[in-house]
Design a protein. Sequence first.
Length: 331
Amino acid sequence: MDLPVEKWKAYVKQKWTSLEPALKERLCPTLSLQDHFLLVSSLFQPEDEEYLHSLATNYCVKKDPRMVLLCKTEGNKRFQKKQYRMAGMLYSKALSHTEVSTPERAVCYANRSAALFHLDQFEVCLEDIGRALEEGYPQRLLPKILLRKAECLLSLGDSQEAADVLCGLESEMSADLSPTADSHQGLLSKLRQLKAKACKDNSCVQQPTVPSRTQEALESWEENRRISCASAAMSLRVSPSKGRHMVATRDILPGEILVREEAFVSVLVPGESLLLQGSAEAKLDDPLGNEDLYCHRCLRRLLASVPCKGCSYAKYCSQMCAQTAWESYHC
């Protein structure tokens, strides 16, 4: 989305030139980031807010029902071409324009779960299947998505739960008195195959996976008692030749996190695609922007985004990030 970043930057530049020299000196580089932020916030005037609102009127981020069909249709085309990652991104885009607890949202989640399955993202696929069911996935399509759930569970080694899902599905399909001949028989055949595989896996004694010491060390985190946000694997030293510096207190593994701190402030730089002035078709022809590729709170790369419940712009990597954003600043 081509947000009015340049217009706002030009407006701020004009405001800067009108500041008194003494105030400009206060905004010197020696100030901390927090002091900068607080000082600039105190300079924000009602007319500045009015100008922001005037910019926002031309950049509406309301949900557009047309985009649901367009993105889903294009996603289906990419899926048929086995372009599963792009298909998933288009289903995510369709999701961002759906309303909560609607059949459209449920179907988009189910479609995206299929793309994730082919990408071997079985855990995320299960999450999308769960979301599709919560949103009221159509009853007539349930066998297909439940078979996919069983396949994911088998791929993850949970043969017992897979068997439970298949048994429940078999009972429902047996009670269905009006099945479509070809599709029904195809689903039953696949169900029997998966059920046989689940029984075979259950008969084998599976050894639990024991994480290696290296994996445990990478995942563990012990915070330094003296240095905020730093790992206990480091200590602070001061010397005449090096000044203040950090040294390791033990062997540090490649990939081990040494400093972990939540950003004081962050912003997702918007892409230059999806101009709102164009039609829905024109939007779809443009490439995906940063707003489609990264979480709007923690900036993680998105694989299966959680859409905002109120707008079509914000997308999150998890329900936790979405909930935190809604409670803290995004409405």
